[in-house]
Design a protein around this ligand. Structure first.
Ligand SMILES: [Zn+2]
Length: 223
């Protein structure tokens, strides 16, 4: 799959000797393939990691590698090319799974703080987890009942990476769901309020920011 042709030069030694045709051509070798978030066409796309090598050609046939021109990532949809660092960004699918894990950790923590959560609180928690659209599909109350009391919870491990990655209203949205679960059975208790503060802090929100989101979400829950 030659993409670029090097300059072709024709050399003639003596009048009677055969013409020696040589040149350079860049060939690409695919090192790996996968799915990445394409910064150009803006979505999860297939990519190929390619190594560009400049070959010396003789009679149009590559004879030896003249030099390596480095690696790049090529989007298989828009054909845009990027530095290898483009692979470090999370795909949308990975981001959705991360958000789902975070919502699950938040919902379970609130339920455990409540002690014996009501059916309404558990239904609200399942709704919160389902609201994170991911390849995992809907999350049922039956699944929640099998998990919430005993599953391993890692609030720090799931929330801290999201605090870095979530843009715009993502953190407020997550915290608002936590308030909604906590206030289904009435007022938010002191223990639940302390947990909301901790969740906000892990998402790198100031305490004033958290207080504002909690007040707004509580007004919404009462209305
Ligand atoms: Zn693309």
């Amino acid at each position: 799959m030659p993409q670029l042709s090097g300059s072709m030069c024709a050399h003639s030694n003596e009048e009677e000797s055969p013409m020696l045709i040589w040149g350079f051509k860049t060939l690409f070798k695919t090192l790996s393939e996968g799915v990445f978030f394409c910064p150009q066409c803006g979505g999860d796309r297939s990519y190929q990691l390619k190594l560009a090598r400049r070959w010396f050609t003789l009679f149009f046939i590559p004879v030896f590698t003249y030099k390596q021109d480095g690696v790049h990532v090529e989007c298989q949809v828009c054909k845009g090319t990027f530095a290898e660092t483009a692979l470090q960004r999370q795909t949308n699918a990975a981001m959705a799974l991360g958000k789902r894990d975070a919502m699950r950790a938040v919902a379970f923590s609130i339920l455990r703080t409540a002690g014996t959560p009501s059916a309404a609180a558990r239904a609200k928690a399942a709704e919160a987890i389902s609201s994170v659209v991911s390849s995992a599909g809907a999350y049922t109350v039956a699944e929640l009942d099998a998990e919430w009391a005993t599953a391993h919870i890692d609030l720090e491990g799931t929330l801290v990476p999201l605090g870095d990655a979530m843009q715009g209203g993502g953190r407020e949205w997550l915290l608002s769901w936590a308030v909604a679960i906590a206030s289904v059975d009435g007022e938010v208790s002191a223990a639940e309020r302390a947990l909301l503060d901790r969740i906000g802090a892990l998402l790198q929100m100031s305490s004033a920011h958290v207080a504002g989101v909690v007040a707004t979400a509580q007004r919404g829950a009462r209305a």
